[in-house]
Design a protein around this ligand. Structure first.
Ligand code: DQA
Length: 145
């Protein structure tokens, strides 16, 4: 396992398990992270995790990943739809990233259909729940580190 993938969760993702199960299922963030550890093991990579409800903390975390990360899976939560600082931080970081959403953001409210990080990511996976993180990891690993 010489490649380690950073799995980043933004605002309100720490509340999984209490959010609308129709969109987000019933699993907690800890359950999700356990599943992602398993997906990484299956695919031969290590995984490490970070979640914050503070945009600046996520921005600073991204800055620190420059040159040290083998790839990023990022679910920014609602920041996806308006947080241009995250767009810029992903660009500065210069690490290949895949955007992932548990729910199908393309068929929800109009404001959720906008993503300000999409153009600095190599791909997007949405609407596949926890399994979507496996698909996102596969997409990332198809891309050179
Ligand atoms: C989300 C979708 C966002 O619109 C929402 O604000 C979230 C979670 C998802 O995983 O489906 O918090 O990113």
């Amino acid at each position: 396992m010489d490649r380690t993938i950073d799995v980043l969760h933004g605002v309100n993702l720490d509340q999984l398990g209490r959010r609308d199960p129709a969109h987000y299922g019933t699993q907690t963030l800890a359950d999700l992270e356990d599943a992602v550890v398993g997906f990484g093991r299956d695919l031969g990579v290590g995984t490490r995790f970070f979640q914050s409800n503070h945009e600046g903390a996520l921005v600073e975390h991204l800055h620190g990943l420059r040159g040290t990360s083998g790839g990023i899976l990022i679910n920014p939560g609602a920041w996806t739809h308006y947080a241009w600082a995250l767009h810029d931080a992903l660009e500065i970081t210069g690490v290949p990233a895949v955007e992932v959403h548990l729910s199908d953001v393309t068929h929800r409210d109009a404001w959720r259909q906008v993503s300000v990080v999409r153009d600095v990511c190599i791909g997007t996976v949405s609407g596949q729940g926890v399994e979507g993180y496996r698909a996102a990891l596969e997409l990332l690993l198809a891309h050179p580190a």
